[in-house]
Design a protein around this ligand. Structure first.
Ligand code: IMP
Ligand code: MG
Length: 178
């Protein structure tokens, strides 16, 4: 089986958009104290790294890990499992969840419920990508990079069976027959 990769969003387009998102976050949270950004592992690690380095407001980085897509497809749809929690209490904090991509919306909706129950001062979501055609649950996104069609994308943190995560551009991937 061979994979065919097609450029979907170039590194320059990504960098420009990340800068715009950071500028909006800077403006929205100005004067509000420390912002806690929670990256959802593993997919968001490169996006988060670039985003936080564009921010000028005080901020802190945390990570959370949830079950992978593959795990989930073998169980009931929408079942999400927490694999690793944040290290600090987020009660009273301004929290921004940073995701790589929203597909069905189940993961983000689970995370917002989980974190929202801990009493943050505010809780919002930022995602680099979203597939509107695939969404099963309506989940609020304050900061969105790009809406994309229903294709599997890799690169810039996103993987296909753990491959292609470190490609600098976002590409769509297609598996051709043997
Ligand atoms: P959701 O719960 O269906 O919204 O799934 C979101 C998660 O599925 C993302 O955080 C990714 O880990 C994974 N995912 C969904 N679509 C893609 C894709 O096109 N490429 C890589 N990972 C994806
Ligand atoms: Mg993810």
């Amino acid at each position: 089986m061979t994979d065919t990769l097609d450029l979907h969003i170039s590194r320059d387009e990504i960098a420009a958009r990340v800068g715009e998102l950071a500028a909006r976050i800077d403006a929205d949270y100005a004067g509000m104290g420390e912002l806690v950004l929670i990256g959802v592992l593993k997919g968001s690690f490169i996006f988060l790294a670039d985003l936080v380095r564009c921010l000028t407001i005080p901020h802190r980085v945390e990570f959370i890990a949830i079950s992978s897509y593959g795990d989930r497809e073998s169980t009931e749809p929408g079942a999400v499992r927490l694999l690793m929690d944040v290290r600090h209490d987020i009660a009273g904090c301004h929290v921004l969840v940073v995701e790589d991509i929203i597909d069905t919306g189940y993961t983000l909706s689970y995370l917002l419920r989980l974190l929202g129950a801990r009493g943050p001062a505010s809780l919002r979501a930022c995602t680099l990508l979203r597939k509107p055609d695939r969404m099963q649950v309506d989940v609020p996104v304050a900061y969105l990079g790009f809406d994309i069609p229903d294709v599997w994308v890799v690169g810039y943190g996103l993987d296909f069976a753990e491959r292609y995560r470190t490609l600098p551009d976002i590409c769509s991937v297609r598996q051709d027959g043997e």
